[in-house]
Design a protein around this ligand. Structure first.
Ligand SMILES: *[C@@H]1O[C@H](CO)[C@@H](O)[C@H](O)[C@H]1NC(C)=O
Ligand SMILES: *[C@@H]1O[C@H](CO)[C@@H](O)[C@H](O)[C@H]1NC(C)=O
Ligand SMILES: *[C@@H]1O[C@H](CO)[C@@H](O)[C@H](O)[C@H]1NC(C)=O
Ligand SMILES: *[C@@H]1O[C@H](CO)[C@@H](O)[C@H](O)[C@H]1NC(C)=O
Ligand SMILES: *[C@@H]1O[C@H](CO)[C@@H](O)[C@H](O)[C@H]1NC(C)=O
Ligand SMILES: *[C@@H]1O[C@H](CO)[C@@H](O)[C@H](O)[C@H]1NC(C)=O
Ligand SMILES: *[C@@H]1O[C@H](CO)[C@@H](O)[C@H](O)[C@H]1NC(C)=O
Ligand SMILES: *[C@@H]1O[C@H](CO)[C@@H](O)[C@H](O)[C@H]1NC(C)=O
Ligand SMILES: *[C@@H]1O[C@H](CO)[C@@H](O)[C@H](O)[C@H]1NC(C)=O
Ligand SMILES: [Cu+2]
Length: 816
């Protein structure tokens, strides 16, 4: 029986090979490990082309029918170790063991800890200083000394605080190992490297405060919603509140809101607000000194439980309806079937296997003339380092810094919400990707790990790498004699983090013209508001529900190195002009012209995209002119909407999110300013660990190593189409970096994946495919293109103290 007999004829496409068991192939098959000559210090273009031929050797094999089976991930050896990579399991375990042996840290294991014991919050690799890294990646210097970055939660005190410390050098050696406070990356006014912990009594806050007070109104909540929030298994109501807490006048106050607990399997709680709010002053650790300050219902404030009860059981109390779980809040398929939707939709396949190469251990990636390393950390998830194009570095670092979701509303819960999501972390919630849905089935998947409570958790398949052909051409032109068209094949790196109710998809894409794109898309459940009195802050989207308005602002660090580190930002604006010319016969012509300027200092380094897209922002090297005397550089441009924060001087955030104030912010690179934020900025909003605005202190940013801090984002006013989940078609923000006079011509001319068809007199005279492989065809079975999804298993956990590498177990945590 021939191969074709086994396959549903509907599902056969012909192509350059037979794809066997796609999903398994991704990880299983070893393949040649070509060396990367230019990865080291930028050898010439000729060598690169040779290398790519070897690395992506599929082409030659495609001419041989018996070689129809291709590998989906070509492997490669990184030119240098990834100095932004994680600690090894053994390093982490050794650091944890060493920390527990330090009497001055006075640590307790998380398992045994009460709210009055010190614990370890984080153990991960400390990022190297760029100053040290460059000598290694560009020269012959040895790799920067490795240290661990540790955060300790010091709760064995009346005034609990977190400390960042540096432990090392690694590998640890009892005679040289030490810990020192980590202070240089932070600019906190008082005691940098130390920030108070407002959540030390989180457990007691629920058991001894919120549930106690909600119990005092149990008769009211039963009457309003047939439910109670008492901290019992059979609770049908939940209570939780604002983030960050109010920190004015030296007091810590919080508003908490009542929510219905979902009755089905879906995570719909943030769609079920009930409109009752409770105000507490929880200053200090002595709960007996905390104060219940009042209740709010239907925009009426009651200054005590007694007042609230009196009003509720009085004559004039107006009871409003409840948001109740139901099909409207579930994401499963509903509604009539769409015409022909049950048939499988088109898919892309990788007919020649991978045309990129990956060093999985070092997380080093090469596609066409691009190469980069991937780093991963708890706070921000994936970061790209040493992004090179044709051997020259374009970016030293490109990655998320922080994601702010700042709400507003007529009620104190929405008004008081301004999530700084690195508090929760993008790393711990970068869950396993769903093959064939989040990324193509043929993508290469990488694992990521993070530390939590003396264990390390591994998210399997949480970063994907894949090539994709866009649905539009890169280039085209038709004349009366020929048609020329180039495919727009790009390469993408993606991860998705679900931080609480919200899912963020982060994608970095690379294009044949040398462009790089940064995109974020959002989905998941919105945090909604109770509808009462909220018309100025959102649409009414369900029975008693308002789509609470909020701004998403996602800050990215783009540390450009254009032909070296001496870079400038040139602004080029198109402006209306009145001009007289020798040829204009004495008349003034209303026209337009170009104005150019260089941003000289940090004082001018914070600004927004100009109106009408009139101003180009160019990162250039003024000492690297092209042959026509223009500055070689990269242009930064938004290609979907971006956003900075609408709120001025936020009452919730004070100094904790100054990064959100402008679209574009340019500062001089400093080892002491590696990140725009700190995960605990929310704990001290007046004096946060990192006040971003302090980066801007008038220094020259002309011909300097400069960093661009770029905000992506959305002004999100959810409408009924955000139910049950926000959709990523429109909840999307992106920015592009594209060569501007960097090369003499468009670099996509190099690809063979273009065609010129000469035609005339009713026929195509010549079809030139420039060396594309047109070998024998092999059938593709459709079935393997559908990935096997029962392998989706959740996180793998390995205990680090005591170190128990041989007994991993499954456990996945999410934010409820
Ligand atoms: C085709 O590939 C097979 C296996 O790699 C090899 O043994 C054979 O010599 C090749 N044939 C030709 C014609 O290249
Ligand atoms: C060490 O921590 C314990 C609680 O785990 C606490 O009772 C004790 O006072 C602490 N010791 C010092 C010296 O801070
Ligand atoms: C990194 O640079 C900072 C600022 O110059 C310095 O204080 C710190 O010691 C450096 N870190 C390492 C590991 O060399
Ligand atoms: C690195 O070492 C090699 C061989 O010793 C030498 O030729 C080269 O110039 C060195 N490069 C740098 C940047 O120091
Ligand atoms: C380092 O010190 C710890 C605790 O004192 C001890 O258990 C360990 O054996 C020592 N390791 C070495 C290599 O000396
Ligand atoms: C009230 O809640 C209880 C238990 O949760 C349930 O059994 C009962 O049916 C509910 N009553 C109404 C009127 O919904
Ligand atoms: C909930 O559980 C508590 C304690 O087990 C019990 O006293 C109470 O009656 C239960 N409530 C309902 C509505 O089942
Ligand atoms: C609380 O509100 C009641 C009713 O409005 C008022 O009489 C009382 O003075 C208030 N108490 C405080 C402490 O503000
Ligand atoms: C991811 O982890 C799994 C389980 O430990 C392992 O089998 C797989 O090889 C890892 N994948 C990569 C790309 O390292
Ligand atoms: Cu949103």
């Amino acid at each position: 029986m021939g191969l074709l007999d086994c396959i549903n004829p509907r599902a056969i496409v012909t192509s350059a090979l037979l794809l066997t068991s796609l999903a398994q192939d991704v990880l299983a098959r070893p393949s040649p490990e070509p060396k990367l000559p230019w990865g080291r210090h930028g050898a010439g273009k000729k060598k690169m082309a040779d290398h790519i031929k070897r690395a992506m050797a599929g082409e030659r094999r495609a001419n041989n029918e018996s070689a129809c089976a291709y590998t989906l991930t070509t492997t490669i050896t990184a030119p240098k170790p990834n100095i932004w990579g994680p600690l090894t399991d053994v390093e982490t375990a050794s650091v944890v063991e060493w920390l527990f042996a330090q009497d001055d840290l006075n640590l307790t294991t998380t398992e045994d800890a009460t709210a009055w014991d010190n614990t370890i919050v984080l153990v991960e690799a400390l990022w190297p200083n760029k100053t040290d890294a460059l000598g290694f990646i560009d020269g012959n210097a040895t790799a920067p000394t490795k240290y661990a970055h540790v955060i300790i939660n010091n709760r064995a005190t009346d005034a609990p605080y977190y400390t960042d410390i540096q432990v090392g050098p690694l590998p640890l050696d009892n005679t040289t190992a030490s810990w020192v406070p980590l202070t240089y990356p932070y600019n906190k006014q008082n005691e940098p490297g130390k920030v108070r912990n407002l959540d030390a009594d989180q457990e007691a806050m629920y058991s001894e405060w919120l549930y106690v007070h909600s119990a005092t109104v149990a008769d009211i909540t039963l009457e309003l919603w047939n439910g109670t929030a008492m901290g019992l298994d059979n609770d049908t109501l939940d209570i939780w509140g604002i983030d960050p807490m109010w920190q004015d006048d030296g007091r810590i106050t919080r508003w908490d809101a009542f929510w219905n607990i979902p009755t089905g399997e879906f995570d719909s709680e943030t769609l079920l607000p009930l409109g009752l709010y409770m105000l507490s002053d929880i200053t200090g650790r002595d709960i007996s000194k905390w104060k219940l300050e009042g209740w709010l219902y239907n925009n009426i404030f009651y200054n005590s439980t007694e007042e609230f009860r009196k009003a509720f059981f009085g004559k004039c109390f107006k009871k409003l309806g409840a948001n109740v779980d139901g099909d409207w809040a579930g994401t499963d398929r509903q509604g009539p079937f769409l015409p022909m939707d049950a048939a499988p939709p088109p898919v892309q396949v990788a007919p020649a296997g991978s045309r990129y190469a990956v060093d999985k251990k070092e997380k080093y990636v090469v596609w066409m003339d691009f190469s980069f390393y991937i780093g991963f950390n708890r706070d921000t998830g994936m970061t790209l380092y040493d992004v090179r194009y044709k051997g020259e570095r374009i970016l030293y670092e490109l990655g998320l810094q922080e994601a702010l979701a700042h709400y507003a509303g007529a009620d104190p819960m929405q008004s008081g919400t301004a999530y700084l999501d690195t508090f929760y972390g993008f790393g711990p919630y970068a869950f396993e990707l769903v093959k064939g849905y989040d990324c193509p089935a043929y993508a290469t998947y990488l694992n990521t790990s993070f530390y939590v409570e003396e264990t390390s958790h591994t998210h399997l398949n949480s970063i994907c790498l894949f090539e994709y052909e866009a649905d539009f051409a890169m280039q085209r032109h038709t004349s009366s004699k020929y048609a020329s068209v180039t495919k727009n094949t790009y390469f993408a790196v993606r991860s998705v983090s679900t931080v609480g109710n919200y899912d963020y998809t982060f994608t970095y894409s690379f294009y044949l013209d040398g462009s790089i794109a940064v995109e974020v898309r959002a989905s998941g459940y919105i945090q909604s508001a109770y509808f009462a009195n909220n018309k100025d802050y959102g649409f009414q989207i369900h029975d008693f529900l308002s789509g609470s308005m909020h701004d998403h602002v996602l800050n990215f660090k783009a540390d450009f190195d254009i032909l070296g580190t001496s870079n400038s930002v040139e602004l080029m604006s198109v402006v209306p002009a009145k001009k007289t010319y020798p040829w204009s016969q004495g008349k003034t012509r209303n026209t337009m012209a170009i104005e150019r300027s260089i941003v000289e200092t940090e004082d001018d380094g914070r600004f927004d995209w100009g109106a009408n897209g009139a101003t180009q922002v160019l990162v250039v090297n003024e000492d690297a002119k092209n042959k026509f005397g223009e500055n070689r550089g990269y242009r930064i441009l938004p290609y979907t909407g971006t956003a900075h924060l609408t709120v001025k001087d936020s009452s919730n955030l004070v100094n904790a999110a100054r990064f959100a104030e402008y679209d574009i912010q340019i500062s001089k690179h400093k080892d002491t300013e590696p990140r725009a934020t700190h995960p605990f900025n929310s704990q001290d909003t007046y004096d946060p660990p990192v006040d971003f605005s302090k980066f801007f202190d008038g220094e020259s940013i002309r011909k300097e190593d400069i960093v661009l801090w770029l905000n992506l984002g959305m002004h999100h006013v959810p409408h009924s189409g955000d139910l049950p989940n926000t959709v990523m078609t429109t909840a999307h923000s992106g920015i592009q970096f594209t060569p501007s006079n960097y090369f003499d011509i468009d670099q996509s001319r190099q690809t063979v994946n273009q065609v010129r068809i000469n035609y005339g007199k009713g026929q195509a005279a010549k079809v030139d495919t420039f060396g594309q492989v047109t070998g024998p065809t092999c059938p593709i079975s459709y079935t393997p293109v559908e990935p096997e999804l029962t392998g989706y298993v959740g996180d793998i956990v390995v205990r680090k103290f005591p170190f128990d590498p041989n007994n991993p177990y499954f456990e996945t945590d999410s934010i409820v």
